[in-house]
Design a protein around this ligand. Structure first.
Ligand SMILES: *Cc1c(COP(=O)(O)O)cnc(C)c1O
Length: 388
């Protein structure tokens, strides 16, 4: 009894990194799905959610809703005919879901280092990687760009390189819905892009994703493959291998309710980011991810770098993380680079140690748009007291 009461208090006072934040309107869409008995994969909310997303992203894109961002990325690789023997370049500093689908297709990932400003793929090492592979007679077939924590990568430079060598560009905008680059929404730059609506992302469908492209042929084919690749016939006829990757009408209903507040969520996350910034600006050795000219980040997560040579008492990333954990505050190291993961230990890597150091010194702070004032103060006073 005492144990469970203590557990309950602990749960209630826990401060999460990024938790679902409902608008209250989702339930209307979900109720409508029940009332009309569209409790099915596919249905009017799926179509509606796809339209909402396409309108939001603008640029005449088409959208196919999937049951995860990972599924969307897998479909993107299939649509670009990436398979056995092909090589695909991916930024090393990312979540494993950016790279896993390459392996699902029997292709080989090639990892590239980050640059220091945005923490995203280094244009310089990207070009080196392409040239080195061409010398070996293995021109990479595609590049997977990632906008880490919502921060746009150096899009213009990278698209130039991709065009120069004629390599497909897939944009992993899973963390970057609502971010822009020279006023154009992320998720509209790649030949194909993907989004995620997992529980901790800027908006959620409890689980879900989307594939985005200006080329409607890709999206139509993605929808076909995602519903078991069923050919037009009264019986079940198949001339392709299919997948069960579509979003359900219920989840899409949640997504429609979330789309109503997406811009508010971006504003709230950016506000949290600026609060952290003004609070921590006097602490030496702490730096942030920086928006360069034309970049606007949704600030999905606020992430700091701790240079322990400069921080007070030489506080390290791990000391701060443990101290927050002790106070029941969830924080998380930056993504561990893929080329350092045991599962990818044999993969090729081009770069130096930029992403390795970003991982070593980087900590994601609680950034949920629903963090209360009290909770934000608890996090900040903990950081300040440790770093003074
Ligand atoms: C979340 C995420 C994904 C995968 O999305 P899911 O919906 O969880 O499958 C892919 N790439 C990045 C960078 C992500 O953060």
């Amino acid at each position: 009894m005492v144990q469970s009461v203590l557990e309950k208090i602990k749960q209630e006072s826990k401060i999460w990194l990024s938790s679902p934040h409902m608008s209250g309107r989702e339930i209307e869409f979900v109720k409508d799905a029940f009332d009309t008995n569209w409790v099915a994969p596919l249905g009017p909310h799926v179509n509606g959610f796809e339209e909402d997303l396409a309108n939001y992203l603008n640029e005449d894109v088409h959208v196919g809703a999937t049951n995860s961002g990972t599924a969307a990325l897998h479909l993107a690789l299939i649509l670009l005919n990436i398979g056995k023997g092909d090589e695909v370049i991916c930024q090393s500093l990312t979540f494993s879901a950016s790279a896993n689908p390459i392996v699902y297709q029997g292709a080989t990932p090639i990892f590239v280092d980050s640059e220091q400003d945005t923490w995203n793929i280094s244009p310089q090492y990207l070009e080196t990687a392409i040239e080195e592979r061409i010398k070996k007679g293995k021109k990479p077939k595609a590049i997977i760009l990632v906008h880490l924590y919502g921060m746009p990568c150096k899009i213009e430079e990278i698209l130039k390189i991709a065009a120069k060598y004629e390599v497909h560009v897939i944009e992993d905008a899973a963390e970057a819905l609502g971010s822009t680059y020279f006023d154009r929404k992320l998720g509209t730059f790649g030949e194909i892009a993907i989004l995620s609506f997992n529980g901790n992302k800027i908006i959620t469908t409890s689980g879900g994703g989307a594939i985005v492209s200006k080329n409607n042929k890709y999206i139509e084919k993605a929808r076909f493959l995602a519903t078991q690749a069923r050919d037009a016939a009264p019986h079940y006829e198949h001339s392709h291998i299919g997948y069960n990757y579509r979003l359900s009408n219920i989840c899409a209903g949640i997504g429609r309710g979330q789309m109503l507040v997406l811009d508010e969520r971006v504003e709230e996350r950016r506000k949290i980011h600026y609060n952290y910034r003004s609070l921590l600006k006097t602490i030496p050795g702490i730096t942030f991810q920086e928006e360069l000219n034309g970049m606007f980040s949704n600030r999905w997560l606020t992430v700091i770098q701790l240079n322990s040579k400069a921080t007070p008492n030489n506080i390290t990333r791990e000391q701060l993380r443990l101290s927050l954990e002790y106070e029941n505050i969830e924080s998380r190291p930056v993504w561990k680079p893929m080329h350092l993961q045991p599962v990818f230990r044999d993969a090729l890597y081009f770069g130096e140690d930029v992403c390795e150091n970003l991982f070593k010194n980087g900590l994601c702070l609680p950034s949920g748009s629903n963090i209360s004032k009290d909770h934000f103060e608890r996090v900040s006073s903990n950081i300040l007291s440790l770093c003074s």
